[in-house]
Design a binder for this molecule. Structure first.
Ligand SMILES: NC(=O)c1ccc[n+]([C@@H]2O[C@H](COP(=O)([O-])OP(=O)(O)OC[C@H]3O[C@@H](n4cnc5c(N)ncnc54)[C@H](OP(=O)(O)O)[C@@H]3O)[C@@H](O)[C@H]2O)c1
Length: 343
């Protein structure tokens, strides 16, 4: 494989995604314990919109944005063993989160936030961050795994894995929630999905959601969740809404159920109802994506069930700004992907 001397990369000006700047930069080879990856595809997250506006905590100035990619190894450092040119790989979201709990130092290795990310043609990554792309997935599909999928996996199958027959509630049909749906169905749970749109809910049903609720036409969707669960409430909530949804989630979860605190896509304000939380003996767990070890475990499940990530639209590298705008419009279901290499 011939390796170029320069590459194209985007840099964020930290004001708006429409001002992402495409530029050329020199490419250096991998250090002794790194591999050089030729990036085939990257996928977008809600977080990338925050970074593009300069609103992500601790973000690097002029950062190369985006955390999630899949590509092939183009060169290996002199001390690397176990990996070879041509291997299909992802890098973990936080490069140094190998196993166990996240900590401050690990957080400083978050791609496309604290350090330069993957919206570029090649990247050098430490070998300890690498995870193989499952064989049945394309590069576009593989590029969706590091953040959204692993976050949902860590929530539902992390330290306290769900049990077959558990009820799982997923909010909306964005990246994290759709992976939550797919992983929960594959693990034997009964899934309740909400969305702003009946068309999107049809897709959720095709993916295996057992019950669907339009939260626009059914504003009291928490009552419907209670009805579906015969008054008991769900065992797990993938809470991506934040202040706008947390009160309803507390109502919709069972006594001593898990609320996985992940994001804040919903408009609205609200404090955590402490009394209700204590009264129902709830378990709140903040999620910070996941580790390489969890990524490998997740890929085992994805392979066993031949799960295909839901890729809504693929944009060419030159149209990355349009991809961001499309993500921001919230018209998508699942993931928005940017194809980077031409082959
Ligand atoms: N903590 C972590 O480790 C972690 C990791 C990844 C993401 N996150 C966070 O999780 C959140 C989701 O990220 P993402 O990348 O999956 O986002 P995304 O793909 O952009 O999903 C956005 C979707 O959220 C849904 N939504 C909007 N308002 C809603 C509401 N009021 N109730 C329910 N659903 C609503 C919409 O789907 P419908 O039109 O179907 O309703 C929308 O398309 C973000 O806040 C992100 O920062 C956190």
């Amino acid at each position: 494989m011939s390796i170029p001397k320069t590459i194209r990369e985007y840099r964020s000006q930290g004001d708006h995604h429409t001002n992402l700047k495409l530029q050329e930069s020199p490419l250096s080879g991998p250090k002794a314990n790194e591999v050089l990856v030729k990036i085939h595809a990257a996928s977008l997250q809600y977080r990338d919109l925050m970074v593009s506006k300069g609103r992500y905590p601790g973000q690097k100035k002029d950062v190369v944005p985006c955390s999630d990619m899949a590509g092939e190894i183009a060169a290996v450092g002199q001390d690397v063993t176990g990996w070879k040119v041509g291997d299909r790989v992802c890098a973990n979201f936080a490069l140094d989160h190998i196993h166990g709990d996240v900590n401050h130092d690990i957080q400083q290795t978050g791609l496309g936030g604290q350090i330069d990310g993957v919206l570029r043609e090649y990247i050098n990554v430490p070998v300890h961050s690498l995870v193989r792309v499952p064989d049945h997935l394309s590069y576009e599909e593989g590029s969706t795994l590091p953040c959204a999928a692993l976050t949902a996996y860590n929530a539902l199958l992390g330290p306290t894995p769900l049990k077959g027959g558990d009820f799982v509630l997923v909010l909306g049909t964005g990246g994290v929630s759709i992976f939550g749906l797919q992983l929960a169905v594959a693990s034997g749970a009964t899934v309740i999905a909400t969305s702003s749109s009946d068309e999107k809910l049809e897709i959720a049903k095709k993916l295996g959601a057992h019950h669907v609720i339009n939260y626009n036409t059914t504003p009291d969707w928490d009552d419907v969740v209670l009805k579906i669960t015969e008054g008991k409430g769900v065992d797990h909530v993938i809470e991506v809404g934040g202040p706008g949804t947390i009160q309803k989630c507390i109502k919709a979860v069972r006594y001593a159920g898990w609320i996985h605190i992940i994001g804040f896509v919903a408009q609205g304000q609200g404090d955590l109802p402490i009394r209700a939380a204590i009264g129902k003996a709830l378990i709140f767990r903040g999620i910070q994506i996941g580790s390489v070890k969890q990524f490998e475990d997740m890929n085992r499940l994805i392979k066993a069930h031949q799960i295909h990530p839901v890729v809504d639209t693929v944009f060419p590298f030159e149209k990355a700004i349009e991809a961001y705008s499309y993500l921001e419009s919230q018209k998508h279901v699942g993931k928005v992907v940017i194809k980077i290499s031409k082959d």
